[in-house]
Write a protein that binds this ligand. Structure first.
Ligand code: GLY
Length: 378
């Protein structure tokens, strides 16, 4: 085990899953590989930007470079066609059931790689090396895998936890502003639902966050941000919240639903923006979704107004959107009825804040309320 790493142990449905956070965490890969060499499924951009470090990681694990499948970046990777090409590649490499598949990249890469690992030979060992803020605080933890198909987001997938999640903040140095913003949306979400002290600290840090994230090109990396804020501590705390939640409710029967804060509306807005050729990222959509449910709860008097104001201030400091001018009532209802979490018996349930650190998992919200608070015009 490398020095100065933070380690979080999880037992997820009988699988042991260990999260290691630290500058040399990836060198622990060999601890999670019984029958080397593993095969690697890596986001192409990450492979280009970090090739010397990735070679070091591979060499440390097995003494030579392993086989690598390069994935298209982002959501483009999460298709049945890409999954099929990974299967063909695994067949060519004759990966057996004792083998290990290592996913290296952001949330989309890990969703696809995790699903390939979960289904190849009825499930092989999976290790995740998250390289984005979003993946370090959310996607890599808790074993959700999936792809997009049939016009829906993540309808096909399963739970298959990574045996090792090796998080090294060094990968964040090349992250473009938009990806920082997306990761911040999930970090703020996790703090809001499970760590009031972290939420307060994010709120206190908003002028620094704003200096780096509120303006500037979405595509460029954010010089100086990594050394200016306590990312390792924030990531570790958010990861601990998520680990706690998924440990008590691996299969999302109850408390894990809280992690969908902002996601019900967020998914609908993502679908809307996709249908209209716009470019609303997942984190951006979740930010709007959180802003709307906090406004609704504050108006109803079920959540302190101060909490809603603070949430909006942090989101805005990170350059995240908090309003969305469309869709129409009809469009919104159609989009929401397609949401995967709709249960025929109970109807759509919303995660509504009661205060920072406490959520109502069973809230009901009318379409009129959403339309009103999507674009309040103040
Ligand atoms: N990203 C939400 C969850 O893992 O449940």
């Amino acid at each position: 085990m490398q020095d100065k790493s933070q380690i979080i142990e999880m037992n997820l449905g009988g699988f042991s899953s260990r999260y290691i956070l630290g500058p040399l965490a990836c060198l622990d890969l060999k601890l999670f590989v019984d029958a080397p060499p593993p095969v690697y499924v890596i986001d192409r951009t990450v492979a280009e930007l970090h090739s010397p470090w990735l070679e070091t990681i591979q060499a440390e694990c097995q003494g030579s470079s392993g086989e690598i499948f390069l994935l298209p970046p982002g959501e483009q990777a999460k298709t049945p066609a890409v999954l099929e090409s990974v299967y063909k590649w695994l067949a060519d490499r004759a990966l057996t059931r004792e083998g290990t598949l290592v996913g290296v990249g952001g949330g989309a890469t890990l969703d696809l790689a995790g699903l390939a690992a979960a289904t190849w030979r009825r499930g092989v060992n999976f290790v995740a090396l998250p390289t984005t803020l979003l993946a370090m605080v959310d996607a890599s933890i808790g074993g959700k895998t999936g792809i997009n198909t049939a016009g829906l987001k993540n309808p096909v997938g399963c739970f298959h936890p990574a045996s090792g999640i090796l998080a090294d903040c060094g990968f964040l140095a090349t992250l473009p502003r938009r990806r920082w913003q997306e990761g911040m949306a999930e970090l703020i979400k996790t703090a809001a639902l499970g760590d009031p002290r972290l939420f307060a600290e994010l709120h206190r840090s908003r002028s620094k966050l704003s200096a780096y994230l509120a303006d500037g090109s979405e595509l460029e990396s954010v010089t100086g941000i990594l050394g200016s804020l306590p990312w390792r501590e924030w990531i570790g705390r958010a990861a601990a919240v998520k680990a706690r939640i998924v440990t008590v409710d691996f299969r999302e029967k109850g408390p894990r639903k809280a992690l969908n804060l902002g996601h019900t509306l967020g998914h609908a807005l993502e679908a809307h923006s996709m249908a209209h050729g716009r470019d609303l990222g997942h984190g951006q959509a979740v930010a709007i979704g959180m802003a709307v449910v906090f406004r609704i709860a504050a108006e109803r008097g079920t959540c302190p107004l101060a909490s809603a104001v603070q949430l909006l201030e942090i989101l805005e400091a990170c350059g995240l959107p908090v309003t969305y001018p469309e869709p129409s009532t009809d469009e919104l209802e159609k989009l929401l009825s397609a949401d995967k979490k709709t249960s025929a018996r109970a109807g759509l349930r919303w995660i509504l804040p009661e205060r920072i650190g406490k959520m109502d998992l069973d809230g009901q919200v009318s379409t009129a309320e959403i339309i009103k608070w999507l674009n309040p015009g103040y």
